[in-house]
Design a protein around this ligand. Structure first.
Ligand SMILES: Nc1ncnc2c1ncn2[C@@H]1O[C@H](COP(=O)(O)OP(=O)(O)O)[C@@H](O)[C@H]1O
Ligand SMILES: [Mg+2]
Length: 316
C-alpha cells in the first residue's frame, strides 16, 4: 500500500489533547515529509508521548485531527496501524520469552502467514544486528539489545512510518551509536522515522528535520540547522587574520553591521547586530583594508543552547 508522493507522512491540523483540565497538546500543526528522519524534541512533559500515541491510534485527540499517509488516525485507525510501527518509551514484560518466540508472536498478531514468518523474523533480526541472539531469553539481553529487539518488533510488518518514543534513553554511548546507525540504515531503506528525545545533542547529527515543542505548543518546525539560526537570533563568526588582531578588530567594530568584536587567543569573534544581515561585509572590510584573511567561519550554536534560549522561563 503506497500513497501518492505528494501526501506527507504525517499531517496534524490544530491537534489538541487534554487530560481533565490539563492541556497536554495545544493546536499542533505539523507536517512531516516522507523519507524524513525527524527529531521530535521537547523537555519532559512537553507532549511528545501524547502526540506519538495519537499518531499510533492509542489515544484519541480532544480536538483537531491527524493523518498518517493521508489516513485519519481516528476514522481509518485500522489502516494507520498497518502503516506505522510504534515503539513506546518502556519495554514490555516479556523477559521469559525467547527472542525468536517474541518476534514470531508479533508476526502472528499482524497475520503474517506461518510459512513466511520464519524468514521475516530472521530478516528483522539481521537488520538490528541480533541474529546471534535469536535463541536467548529477552531478560538476558543488555538494555541496548532489548531496545534493538523493540525496534525489530516494530519492523515485523514492514511499516512505512516508525514512531519511536525516546529509543535512546538509558543507553550507554556505544549502544546509542549502534541504535543511531540502524535508524540511518532504515532511512536509507526509505522509511520515515520520527524519533523523540529530550537529549538534543543526540539528534543534531542524526535528523534532517525537527520540531521543538514545549508545554504542548509548537515552537519550531523545519531543518535542524535552521533551528539554530532562526531561533537563536544570534549569528557569530570566527575570523583569523595575517595582521595584528587589534587592527582587524577596529575595522570591524566601526561597521554598523557589527554588534560586538571580541579578541580571543588568536582570533576574533564577531557577532552580527542583526542575524539576517549579510556577513560578507566581514571579509570585504578586511580585504579592502589590506588585511590578509586566514580563516572565516560561522560559529555553530549548539541545539542545546538554542533550546535553552527558546524555552527560557517556559519549563515547569
Ligand atoms: N494519562 C494522563 N493523565 C493526566 N495527565 C497526563 C497523562 N499523560 C500525560 N499527562 C500530562 O500531559 C503532559 C504531556 O505529557 P507527555 O505527552 O507524556 O510528555 P512527554 O512525553 O513530552 O514527556 C504532561 O504534563 C503530563 O503530566
Ligand atoms: Mg514521553
Amino acid at each position: 500500500m503506497s500513497a501518492p508522493p505528494d501526501i506527507p507522512a504525517v499531517q496534524t491540523v490544530d491537534l489538541s489533547r487534554v487530560y481533565g483540565s490539563m492541556v497536554a497538546l495545544s493546536s499542533l500543526n505539523l507536517t512531516i515529509n516522507r523519507g524524513d528522519l525527524f527529531g521530535f524534541i521537547g523537555s519532559n512533559g512537553a507532549g511528545k508521548t501524547t502526540t506519538l500515541r495519537i499518531l499510533a491510534t492509542f489515544l484519541t485527540p480532544s480536538s483537531g485531527r491527524a493523518e498518517v499517509l493521508g489516513y485519519d488516525v481516528v476514522r481509518d485507525a485500522d489502516r494507520v496501524r498497518h502503516l506505522i510501527g510504534y515503539m513506546p518509551d518502556f519495554f514490555g514484560v516479556y523477559k521469559d520469552m525467547e527472542v525468536t518466540e517474541y518476534l514470531d508472536f508479533f508476526g502472528a498478531c499482524y497475520k503474517i502467514p506461518t510459512a513466511q514468518r520464519e524468514k521475516t523474523v530472521a530478516d528483522v533480526l539481521e537488520l538490528v544486528g541480533l541474529s546471534e541472539k535469536k535463541g536467548s531469553l529477552i531478560g538476558s539481553l543488555s538494555r541496548g539489545m532489548q531496545q534493538r529487539l523493540g525496534l525489530a518488533r516494530v519492523l515485523i510488518h514492514d511499516p512505512q512510518l516508525l514512531l519511536l518514543d525516546e529509543p535512546a534513553s538509558g543507553l550507554d554511548p556505544r549502544a546509542r551509536i549502534e541504535m543511531m546507525a540502524i535508524l540511518q540504515e532504515l532511512q536509507r531503506m526509505g522509511k520515515t522515522i520520527i524519533i523523540s528525545s529530550h537529549i538534543l545533542s543526540e539528534l543534531q547529527t542524526l535528523c534532517n528535520r525537527c520540531c521543538i515543542i514545549e508545554r504542548g505548543k509548537l515552537i519550531y518546525s523545519g531543518p535542524i540547522k535552521g533551528a539554530q539560526t532562526q531561533l537563536a537570533d544570534v549569528r557569530a563568526f570566527w575570523v583569523r587574520v595575517g595582521s595584528p588582531l587589534v587592527t582587524a578588530r577596529d575595522l570591524l567594530a566601526a561597521r554598523p553591521e557589527t554588534y560586538s568584536v571580541e579578541v580571543t587567543d588568536d582570533r576574533l569573534k564577531v557577532v552580527l547586530a542583526n542575524s539576517s544581515s549579510d556577513p560578507s561585509y566581514i571579509p570585504e572590510t578586511l580585504v579592502n583594508a589590506g588585511v590578509r584573511l586566514l580563516e572565516f567561519r560561522e560559529d555553530e550554536i549548539g541545539l542545546e543552547e538554542v533550546f535553552l534560549r527558546v524555552t527560557k522561563g517556559e519549563t515547569q
